[in-house]
Design a protein around this ligand. Sequence first.
Ligand SMILES: C[S@@+](CC[C@H](N)C(=O)[O-])C[C@H]1O[C@@H](n2cnc3c(N)ncnc32)[C@H](O)[C@@H]1O
Length: 257
Amino acid sequence: MSTDYALTNAWERAQRRLKGLEATYDPTTRRRLSTLGLAPGWACLEVGAGAGSIARWMGEQVGPSGHVSAVDLDISGLHDLPANVEVHQADVRVDPLPDGAFNVVHARLLLNHLSERDEILGRLVAALRPGGWLLIEEGDMFSSGVIDEDPDHARAMRALRDLLASAADVDYGRKLPRLAVTRGLTEVGVECEVPFSEGGSLGTEWLALTFDQLAERAGGGILDPETVERWKEKLARPGLWFASLGVVAVQGRCPTV
Ligand SMILES: C[S@@+](CC[C@H](N)C(=O)[O-])C[C@H]1O[C@@H](n2cnc3c(N)ncnc32)[C@H](O)[C@@H]1O
């Protein structure tokens, strides 16, 4: 399967990594979707569904009268989902999406990674029904290595930013508000989030796994091994808290005309 996606789900520890990502961002994503009015009967599109926690949760919220299309390039993590969640293996860069079909379209930490992001964003907007909501939550690494108290964490987060910058737009989040307006969305709203994760949690394990996957891809030599070892030992310690990756969340509504 050809992809320019750097954090491929084919990596042997990818499913664990995706679980950590979900633990970090699901609470705010669920709050945002609830605020948009997600309700029984809604038709939902979850693009780049990963390990499926948000598709699963949306399926539960919309009930038997609603449905969820969960799309991913690699659907190996999309199982044990409610009956109203349909899984589609598709490459959102090239495969078509239905036009005017959904009450809500959601993507999280996907477009950052894809160089076709602006064109894909246009197709996500086109997939909305009149009055439907787009919610896009994308990384923006403005805070990486900047708001960290621990010097090893600050160094590791700067290294993570550099590693990711070779394969993704690490400043994409901040561009989304303008792009949402340009695409004709109304009622645009923006939030910026830097979650903190406690040592020893899935959230800090996610940071370590993301670092490992990117460092392996780069062939190592990114940060001295002593710092990495010290950093990971701290990430495993309950009672310490660490800034995670910043995200900008943009919502906007398709005009009803
Ligand atoms: C960083 S993960 C985020 C997963 C999920 N959105 C979440 O936040 O929990 C990105 C996901 O996008 C998927 N993906 C990457 N490129 C894709 C493409 N071209 N088409 C569809 N999905 C893609 C990956 O397989 C992966 O599951």
